[in-house]
Design a protein around this ligand. Sequence first.
Ligand code: SF4
Length: 214
Amino acid sequence: MLRVTEIFRSIQGESTHAGRPCTFVRLTGCPMRCVWCDSEYTFSGGEHFSLESILDQVRAFGCKLVEVTGGEPLAQQKAFTLIERLCDEGYEVLVETGGYVSTEGLDRRAKVILDIKCPASGEEPRNDWSNIERLRADKDEVKFVIADENDWLYAKSVIEKYDLENRAVAVLISPAWGLVDLQQLADWVASSGLQVRMQLQLHKYIWGPEVKGV
Ligand code: SF4
């Protein structure tokens, strides 16, 4: 059984897959408490579903692309089995993880979108740096959520230290909603000389920042 907050079909709002039809499986619970978290409603509640029930719901939506997210999806051990089963069924599987739980043991067919927490999140000390060693340059993506200039400088230093431009399909630079001026962030990115990609969360522009399950 897995504790699930919601399963829904929408378009992918982030990453290099933005704009694609996607089924989202949002698991309940997260051991982190990022100060700007936009998914606090996933911290508790949810409903217990069997793997078969989750797979049935995913099949009914008919999307080739499936994202397993949270909360922190990998905080539930059974999530690893769910991801394996989704891969077995031929889905293109994205796993959006906050970077605290080890990705060791994750099905190699799944594509990881790995958050690296910056200082303003309040959770930077909990990054599991071993996750960087498991990134695949032809599959995975890394995401930094930027709340201020110090976060941007931190992200730059991590990108350079770990050579992330060559370890991932994309290094995503995402604004913390409402906390950083978008034009300022665009200027930092444009003048950085780094091969990174600024991204906006499409779903928030389409449906608004407060709407769940879109
Ligand atoms: S890791 Fe994600 S879900 Fe967990 S507190 Fe941070 S932003 Fe929220």
